[in-house]
Design a protein around this ligand. Structure first.
Ligand code: PHE
Length: 460
């Protein structure tokens, strides 16, 4: 109550035309909504599956702790200090740092294009929950999935529906569109995940999956696994693309940034870990292959639903909530370039959202085709989907995050940066004290070491 009234008092005082989040809780849900999405429920399990199980999970947690959580706070600080789009917010700290924002601007197109293709799959699966998907055996579901994603037309329709929803919310703006839509759906998703964990853990043979998921086999660790874990942290926590810079630019000066970053990091990590606790027991129980790749969740989950009373209802609820979690992430990807086009290029919000959405939609057509009619086309040994995913998560996001950490640690300076995250000394505590040295030294050193180990120059 006190926070709310202070925030609204500030808004009345400012009388700025710029939109703002209306409450601290609204911002927490929006930032957590950006973080929680396909990254946790779809990408985390399949990356764990293709990168050696428990060892990947261990490296993932290390990267959350030493890199992800503090970078979240870096992006919040840069955004709230800037109070404008990400590109200009970087320039406020140092003129030459605009390129970090432009890198994010460019990455946003890559991410939005493939994110909305896969999110389209979740929309299709919600509808299919009532049309036979649940009566199928695991191998039949595999065939069903394969036939769907390789179809040249069908996935494009759902890709289009999803993109239209994303653009629609962004046209509505921050407090009416983004804030309202995230507040109810996020808690619902969480509850449903817990129900599914209980069902998965009680499947026959579930224990084998848990062991595989949670016992790290250290011999599996390679430079490739390190970079995959780092890329997964960036992707999942929405850092490195300046999406969080953009969101935080709509924040009032009184919000508690350190607290928010911890809550978001914890929510994001727990959803990913819960998703693994659903998928791997199921994978082992049904004798499926953990290294199956992007189809993993779309094949194992329907198999779990088939084993539940009222399976189609649970399946429907799950895929609808997942689609909504995707939407609360995709809007944060779209808002990043849109805010720049509005504020710096003076474009109308509607026009900017439609323009970016249309370009990303067309790029997404190529991504969708790479699962079917263009599956033979490769560049650097990867298909279009893999190329977008690898470039986006393993190169562009870590590079953006590294640059932002260096900017804050070495150019912004301790006094100003810490004043921003502590609301001019009002907020105290270990996080406020530890954050700056971690950003200045630990984040750059860790990211550079992981890059070197991926190039084979160093063995971690
Ligand atoms: N974090 C989102 C997810 O886990 C994806 C995302 C990446 C959103 C980068 C914004 C920026 O699904």
């Amino acid at each position: 109550m006190a926070v709310e009234s202070r925030v609204s008092a500030e808004r009345i005082q400012d009388q700025k035309p710029r939109d703002q989040f209306k409450s601290q809780l609204g911002f927490i849900f929006a930032a957590a909504g950006s973080a929680v999405g396909l990254g946790n429920i779809w990408r985390f399990p399949y990356m764990t599956g293709t990168n050696g199980g428990g060892a990947f999970v261990l490296l993932y947690l290390i990267c959350v702790l030493f890199v992800g959580a503090s970078l979240l706070l870096v992006e919040f600080a840069i955004g709230r200090n800037g109070k404008t789009n990400a590109i200009e917010s970087y320039a406020k700290i140092r003129k030459g740092a605009k390129w970090i924002g432009f890198l994010g601007f460019f990455s946003a197109f890559i991410f939005l294009s493939y994110y909305s293709v896969v999110s389209g799959w979740t929309v299709y699966y919600s509808i299919q929950s009532f049309f036979g998907l649940n009566g199928l055996a695991p191998d039949q579901i595999g065939n069903f999935f394969g036939a769907f994603i390789s179809d040249p037309v069908k996935p494009l329709m759902y890709h289009g529906i999803f993109m239209a929803l994303t653009v629609g919310i962004i046209i509505k703006g921050v407090s009416q569109g983004i804030e309202k839509s995230t507040k109810i759906m996020m808690p619902m998703l969480f509850v449903l995940l817990i129900i599914l964990v209980i069902r998965a853990l009680t499947l026959p043979g579930a224990w084998e999956g848990i062991k595989w998921y949670l016992t790290p086999d250290l011999s599996k660790i390679t430079g490739g696994v390190w970079i995959a874990a780092l890329g997964q942290v960036f992707f999942s926590m929405s850092v490195g693309m300046s999406g969080m810079v953009t969101y935080a630019s709509y924040l009032g000066k009184h919000e508690n940034l350190p607290k928010t970053s911890i809550i978001v990091a914890l929510m994001d990590t727990s959803v990913a870990l819960l998703a693994g606790l659903i998928i791997f027991p199921a994978v082992f129980s049904f004798g499926l292959e953990p290294g199956a790749g992007p189809g993993l969740v779309f094949i194992t989950l329907p198999a779990v639903f088939a084993q539940m009373p009222l399976g189609s209802i649970f399946s429907f609820m799950f895929f609808v909530l997942l689609a909504i979690a995707c939407l609360t992430s995709s809007i944060s990807i779209l808002e990043m370039p849109v805010s720049y086009l509005i504020e710096t290029r003076k474009m109308a919000r509607t026009k900017a959202a439609l323009l970016v959405g249309a370009i990303a939609y067309v790029m997404g057509i190529a991504v969708s085709f790479s699962f079917g009619i263009w599956s033979d086309f490769t560049l650097f040994g990867k298909g279009i989907f893999d190329l977008f995913d690898y470039f986006g998560s393993n190169i562009s996001l870590p590079l953006g995050g590294l640059a932002a950490a260096i900017l804050v640690g070495w150019f912004w300076g301790e006094k100003d940066a810490v004043a921003e995250i502590s609301n001019n000394g009002e907020i105290k505590g270990t996080i406020v004290k530890a954050w700056f040295p971690v950003v200045k030294y630990v984040v750059p050193v860790t990211v550079v070491l992981i890059f070197l180990s991926n190039l084979g120059i160093l063995k971690l």
